[in-house]
Design a protein around this ligand. Sequence first.
Ligand SMILES: *[C@@H]1O[C@H](CO)[C@@H](O)[C@H](O)[C@H]1NC(C)=O
Length: 221
Amino acid sequence: MYHLKHIALVLGVVFFSRLCIDTRGWLINDLALGFTCLPFNKTYYINNKPYNLPLEERYSFINGVHKLWVFSTDEPLYRGSQTKPRSELSINGYKYSTGVWQFEAHVFVPYGTSGVSLMQVFGASYPHASTLMVRVYNGDLYYYREKVIVHDIYNKWFRLNVIHNVECNSVKVYINGILKFKGHGRGGTTHYFKCGVYAQDRDSFYMESQWKNIKIFKKSK
Ligand SMILES: *[C@@H]1O[C@H](CO)[C@@H](O)[C@H](O)[C@H]1NC(C)=O
């Protein structure tokens, strides 16, 4: 009987407080609570990729999985650009300058991919270009090169949620539903999300990330 009561209690908590149970059976906050999930399809993003290559050589979309890859020797996104190589989904169909916005996706990074930005909140005040970069160095997930968000991310799918509150000038990074990083915004007037691989420093020869279940949310008024 104790077990039944216990189960009923847990289900009650889940139902009434809108908490949810993650894949490991942990009770976690529903990060979508208070947010509206916006439509997401290919009309909402463009692909950035080495300018001299066809898209199929650096991007595939199979069974709902976006796979993006580049080599450190690749060309930048346009001729003459001083930026490093990248293959990114640039979700510029949702540009924003106010409000609270959330990016959610499941991410997979294969062993060896390093020195690369996986995800960005684009837009900041000069001299910065981004408000947030989620990077990988040697198997650990980083806030820029400054702080480890979580260790040991190679070769497993994990859920990444990023919440950017423009008015509060804050960014939060959740891994598998758990808050792992909280930081400040960096100003800027226009923002949008990007994900994929964008070479940074000490970049590995080959860089790849895979993405599925990409969702864009906006906090409801
Ligand atoms: C993308 O989603 C929008 C909004 O739901 C819809 O109007 C549009 O037809 C969709 N486009 C594609 C290519 O699926």
